[in-house]
Ligand binder design. Structure first.
Ligand SMILES: C[S@@+](CC[C@H](N)C(=O)[O-])C[C@H]1O[C@@H](n2cnc3c(N)ncnc32)[C@H](O)[C@@H]1O
Length: 310
């Protein structure tokens, strides 16, 4: 096993995240997206002997890697699961509430760098993109989704303005031969999308298919609602997102929790019965500085939001 902390994944905004989590020595914390365990390691560094860390990942590779990495540390319990089941996991441990939850969304560098996982438009491999390695793969979506729906997926999850043309080109290509590899998909896209000045012409489509295959936005929406319920008073939720679709969901949820009232502005008295659930710890979103972006280009799109339950 490679012990280099950055071998599996270089954690983005790690100092900001760990400082804002405000780890108490005997606290109970959740790392909902374990990955290579970079953030879990930082939490463990600050936890005392009585502290607990519950770390989750849907990807068996992350679980295998981290079980070996944290082998002898009894403070951490590792679960191969989707974070939408966080409530069930805590139930199974007889834990009602926790002091902090972190979510570092999206894919790890390991997932992107392993060609056989089929996430990358830069490496030729069977089309897959499943973080959990089960269910419908990118191959199924690309080859068996009707054109109109495919176009809607590419538009909704990739915000790709050429979505209609791309869906048409995919459907034309797959009539001749199934789209089996990442490069088959790139070829179908490049037939209709002009070379972008910035970024690869397949970037947005790959993002869209990946988000759809892994149900990423719906999972995030469900999980956030569970997280706020599972926090202790003064417990903190930190979410690191990497594209505007994710960030919008996080921002809207946190802003909603921070509101005392959601009545229409003109309403003379409050009738909504809304209770403020949290305060926002960073009114302005936290992003990576130039040095971090230079050292880790993946951090360029990172946005960290933090709230504290009241
Ligand atoms: C950006 S990486 C996390 C990196 C980690 N913070 C570190 O320091 O190494 C995101 C991880 O979240 C996992 N993941 C994504 N969606 C998930 C979900 N719904 N449930 C559980 N894990 C998920 C991915 O499999 C991936 O390993």
């Amino acid at each position: 096993m490679n012990d280099n902390l950055n071998f599996y994944h270089k954690t983005v905004l790690i100092n900001e995240t760990i400082n804002l989590l405000n780890v108490k020595k005997s606290g109970v914390y959740v790392d909902a997206t374990l990955g290579g365990g970079g953030l879990s390691q930082k939490i463990l560094d600050r936890l005392g002997n009585q502290g607990k860390l519950i770390s989750i990942d849907v990807d068996q590779d992350a679980i295998d890697y981290c079980k070996q990495k944290f082998n002898s540390d009894s403070r951490i319990q590792i679960f191969h699961s989707n974070f939408i089941d966080l409530d069930k996991i805590l139930d199974s441990l007889k834990i009602n509430s926790v002091d902090g939850i972190c979510m570092d969304l999206g894919v790890s560098s390991h997932q992107i760098d392993c060609p056989e996982r089929g996430f990358s438009y830069m490496k030729d491999a069977p089309l897959d993109m499943r973080m959990g390695k089960t269910g419908k793969s990118a191959y199924d979506v690309v080859n068996f989704t009707e054109e109109e729906k495919l176009s809607a997926i590419i538009w909704k999850y990739g915000e790709e303005k050429f979505s209609k043309l791309i869906a048409k080109s995919i459907c034309k290509s797959r009539k001749l031969k199934k789209i089996e590899t990442t490069f088959d998909l790139v070829n179908a896209i490049e037939k209709v999308v002009p070379k972008y000045k910035f970024g690869h012409s397949a970037k947005k489509t790959f993002q869209a298919i990946r988000i759809y295959v892994n149900n990423e936005l719906e999972n995030l929406d469900i999980a956030l609602d569970k997280c706020i319920k599972l926090l202790n008073t003064n417990g903190r939720l930190l979410v690191l997102s990497f594209h505007s679709l994710e960030d919008r969901i996080v921002k809207q949820k946190m802003q909603f929790w921070a509101k005392k009232c959601v009545c229409p502005e003109k309403s003379p008295v409050c009738i909504c019965n809304k209770k403020q659930e949290a305060i926002l710890l960073n009114k302005k979103v936290i992003t990576a500085n130039e040095t971090e972006i230079e050292n880790n280009p993946r951090s360029k799109s990172a946005k960290l939001r933090v709230c504290q339950k009241i």
